[in-house]
Design a protein around this ligand. Structure first.
Ligand code: ZN
Ligand code: ZN
Length: 478
């Protein structure tokens, strides 16, 4: 379609992209699916999650049809929290702090997004981007607990479903579709909910401020970059999901935990329902208050060492690492071991390699070696470069064992590089193709072999099917 839509309501502050598009369709008396087909020529815009990954063609078409800058459109997607809440937003793999939609076709198998009945009843009714975050449990505007399903039939909150699938057509309804249960038609504005307590609201405010400002208030420290704060909070949530920690928090601290049993071996905070997440956040809030005294109490009571505090933590900030180190069984002895640097020739090469390194992580490894060559003292290098002792130890060890090779591909996942068979563009093309039509493993292997010249092994096939970059823990959760 060329030209502007006749009616172009503007996005509200904090509105989710799909909510705005739904308002556009409603204002122009079009079915949602018809409007997006008209704009993009694409039949299956809604078979994936445009709030999470906005296809460039869809973004540009919306911008042209409404005269809204592309930046504004991007700010309505979940991509807007990347860099503040999560480092990046992969297209499909589960990601911390963002609720999955548990979709099967247009249906929802479990509640994902939350809502506030009072917000839906307000003057500028819309679906808030915030309601997709797993830490959102109450509404700061109304001081009410959020809900995530229909009070009458328990169907998950999914306003898009009012105008998608099942031959429904919302375009001639008087009211916007947000406040109605897609399964039974119940008016969600009347759903009964309870006021949130003060502690819960204070935490919600702190987290919302961290999303907005990029810095998070942290007791005992002042402020930390919000990405670091959210990383540590999620790590602590994983820590308290364990049975022992739950026992301690509910019995000794009077903080009851989740009611629903969750038997998934790799379970994460996002696997829990809204009510369980509320109790987990209250436990977490206690754990980080009076930092790090309460954490110390928990660790001493359960005899936890550094390991569970750091497990699977890819980039722990130095302030957290320092706290975790106090629980190290080595009592600081192991931390500052400074082995001699092996002589692989040309130690003055380190600085030059650091300048030429293709990635920030490789640059950092060369810088560590350069500093270590000048002063072979782990502690001094840690302090001079602001890096973790473990990274210094690891870099020195790899250099000693494998020389320059060991520094260049220090990632254990170096096999992943070899397993990558498609170019980035081909990877994107494959994901698009997979979304359009399901493929068997054999068909998928043929598709890859046609482009790469050889057939992928089972792991590589798995990675491409899921659209993840590695066979890592986060990838496996997909
Ligand atoms: Zn509200
Ligand atoms: Zn219902």
């Amino acid at each position: 379609m060329e030209g502007l839509l006749p009616l172009r309501p503007r996005p509200y502050e904090g509105e989710l992209l799909s909510s705005w598009v739904q308002r556009l369709a409603h204002a122009n008396m079009q079915r949602l699916s018809y409007l997006t087909l008209l704009l993009t020529g694409d039949h299956d815009i809604w078979s994936h999650d445009p709030d999470r990954h906005l296809r460039p063609t869809f973004g540009q078409a919306l911008s042209r049809a409404t005269g809204t800058p592309l930046e504004t459109i991007h700010s309505l997607t979940l991509g807007a929290v990347a860099g503040r809440v999560v480092p990046a937003l992969p297209q499909q793999a589960p990601v911390r702090w963002i609720m999955p939609l548990y979709r099967r076709g247009y249906r929802r198998m479990k509640p994902g997004a939350a809502y506030c009945p009072a917000c839906l009843a307000g003057a500028q009714a819309h679906v808030a981007r915030h309601w997709r975050m797993s830490f959102a449990t109450s509404c700061l505007k109304h001081g009410l607990r959020l809900l995530d399903c229909c009070p009458a039939c328990a169907a998950p909150f999914a306003p898009l479903r009012n105008d998608l699938g099942r031959g429904q057509d919302w375009s001639l309804q008087m009211e916007l579709p947000f406040a109605f249960c897609p399964d039974c038609g119940e008016d969600l504005r009347g759903a009964a909910t309870m006021p949130a307590d003060q502690g819960e609201l204070a935490l919600q405010q702190r987290l919302a401020d961290a999303v907005d400002t990029g810095t998070m208030v942290w007791s005992g420290i002042g402020t930390v970059p919000s990405l670091e704060g959210f990383d540590v909070l999620h790590q602590l949530l994983t820590l308290i999901l364990g049975r022992d920690a739950q026992g301690f928090l509910s019995t000794s601290c009077g903080l009851p935990g989740p009611v629903g049993r969750n038997e998934r071996p790799n379970r994460s905070f996002e696997d829990y329902g809204l009510e369980d997440r509320r109790t987990l956040l209250a436990q977490m809030d206690w754990l980080i208050s009076d930092w790090p005294a309460h954490l110390g109490l928990l660790c001493r009571s359960l005899k936890l060492t550094r390991r569970p505090l750091m497990v699977n933590f890819l980039c722990p900030p130095t302030w957290y690492d320092a706290v975790a180190e106090t629980f190290s069984q080595a009592n600081g002895r192991r931390r500052y071991v400074s082995p001699p640097l092996a002589d692989h020739g040309a130690p003055d090469e380190f600085d030059r390699q650091a300048q030429q390194a293709p990635s920030a992580s490789e640059r950092r490894r060369w810088a560590i070696l350069a500093a270590y060559a000048r002063m072979p003292d782990t502690r001094a290098v840690c302090e001079a470069l602001g890096v973790r002792a473990e990274l210094v130890r690891q870099t020195v060890r790899r250099y000693n064992e494998r020389g320059f090779e060991g520094v260049i591909d220090a990632r254990r996942g170096s096999i992943v590089e070899k397993r990558r068979m498609l170019t980035q563009e081909q990877g994107v093309e494959l994901q698009e193709t997979l979304r359009r039509q399901p493929m068997s493993n054999a068909e998928l292997a043929d598709w890859i072999a046609l482009r790469a010249g050889r057939r992928p092994d089972a792991t590589t096939l798995w990675m491409y099917r899921r659209g993840v970059a590695s066979h890592s823990l986060e990838g496996r959760r997909a």
